[in-house]
Design a protein around this ligand. Structure first.
Ligand code: KE4
Length: 428
């Protein structure tokens, strides 16, 4: 068992100062029970908590740590930038070089605007699409998460083609009624939505791969259909690569699937763990942004020099190493090992993966959409989560989150993970 006294004391005090003791809900362990541990440092594939436990980390701060924690190139770049000042509120060279680098890696990006989170990126891309098309309606898909902007915290309406209802307190019903939430991987549903509302739809937004309800993949041809329907109806196709960007390939999921979105959203890796979001795409759309055009968007810390230096260092490291081949090899090894461990333990676990992103659903598979994912045995997953944590392995603290590998993970790390999983699964 892990030592817990320091983390428990910190959590007890945090509860007095911060709602739920956390600054983002998933960190509170509400989906798996128990109390969160507090991280004090991280290096490579490991996190050290307040009680000195060294944990093998498969969350990677929810995606940014693709090179592992405290990567020397990133740390040195941030330190050097910090010595020159932490923020200017004035254009700085780092914005230009990172923008140029993103355009080189992601050909669909003609222009890009940096902001401070994935939420801001998606919220701003939606506003831009609405301003560009002069339409109000948007389409999103159930199980997909694009940050916590009001028009995206919406759940499916009662009928297949009825507009959405708020998915959070504080979101006015009027806001939700402009959002149509459709089942993912259902070609008929999206075709019917465009047939009924096509000329009203400003934007369709979808994740590079849905990885906020675990991890499921688009069926062959599905994203091509979404692209085709958007083109036919003058709807802006927004591809949310906050999680998949620079992870599934240098050019993200759009490179892997051969897509050319109108706009793409980025975050996480592009800031290497510092607060960065970005959105970019067709120049004729992007030039509608202030100060050029009528769509307002702004941010005091957008293009922050430390964050730009971190992002540049991360992309430099990804470019100079065999990162994507390493991540694919590790992903395959983990998938094979975990699938075998579950089979030998007689526990139904469907291990789904693309590149270095994965999810082990505690249900028979395949999982193609949210309804399939919801069949998972959350209680059994919670026991598995805590059993693995007791073995020193930190998985995402929810059945409905994805896990992440980094180039700092090793084949030995994977082997020890699979051995621990075999032991824990047998105890379930
Ligand atoms: P942020 O505002 O959290 O930087 O990004 C929002 C966002 C947008 N789009 C996608 C595809 C995302 O996955 C996210 C955020 N991902 C979650 C992980 N499920 C962040 C973790 C958290 O909320 O604490």
């Amino acid at each position: 068992m892990l030592l817990r006294a320091q983390s428990d004391a910190l959590f007890a005090e945090a509860l007095n100062h911060i709602p739920g003791g956390v600054n983002s809900p998933v960190r509170a362990f509400r989906a798996v029970g128990g109390a969160p541990f507090f991280a004090t440092s991280a290096k490579g594939a490991h996190v050290i908590d307040a009680d000195g436990n060294r944990l093998l980390d498969y969350v990677g701060t929810w995606g940014p740590a693709i090179l592992g924690h405290a990567h020397p190139g990133i740390i040195n770049a941030v330190k050097a930038a910090a010595d020159r000042g932490t923020s200017f509120g004035i254009p700085n060279p780092g914005e230009v070089t990172l923008a140029r680098r993103v355009k080189e890696w992601v050909p669909s990006v003609g222009k890009i605007r940096f902001c401070n989170s994935g939420t801001e990126a998606c919220m701003s891309a939606i506003r831009l699409a609405r301003g560009f098309t002069r339409r109000d309606k948007i389409i999103k898909f159930d199980g997909c998460y694009h940050g916590h902007a009001d028009s995206l915290l919406v759940k499916a309406g009662s009928g297949a083609l009825t507009f959405g209802n708020p998915d959070s307190a504080g979101v006015p019903a009027d806001f939700a009624r402009h959002t149509l939430v459709l089942p993912f991987n259902d070609p008929d549903a999206v075709a019917a939505a465009f047939a009924a509302h096509g000329k009203e739809i400003a934007a369709l937004i979808v994740e590079g791969v849905p990885a906020n309800a675990g991890l499921y993949l688009p069926k062959p041809g599905y994203y091509d259909l979404l692209t085709k329907l958007c083109r036919e109806h003058g709807t802006v196709f927004i591809f949310d690569e906050v999680m998949t960007g620079f992870r599934l390939a240098k050019g993200g999921a759009q490179e892997r699937f051969g897509l050319t979105p109108d706009l793409s959203c980025f975050g996480k890796i592009i800031g290497a763990g510092l607060p960065v979001g970005a959105f970019g795409g067709r120049t004729d759309i992007m030039d509608h942004l202030a100060p050029l055009g009528p769509v307002y968007q702004a941010g005091t810390l957008s293009g922050n020099p430390l964050a730009m230096a971190a992002g540049q260092a991360a992309l430099d490291a990804l470019e100079s190493t065999d990162a994507y081949r390493t991540l694919e090899t590790l992903g395959l090894q983990l998938e094979a090992g975990m699938t075998d461990a579950a089979r030998l333990a007689g526990v139904p676990v469907t291990w789904q993966r693309i590149g270095s992103m994965f999810c082990g659903y505690f249900t028979e598979g395949p999982v193609w959409n949210l309804a399939d994912a919801m069949r998972s045995d959350r209680a059994r997953f919670a026991k598995f989560f805590h059993g693995m944590l007791a073995e020193g392995i930190y998985l995402a603290p929810s059945q409905f989150e994805a896990g992440f590998l980094s180039t700092a993970h090793t084949a030995e790390d994977i082997d020890s993970t699979v051995r621990a999983a075999a032991k824990v699964l047998k105890s379930l």
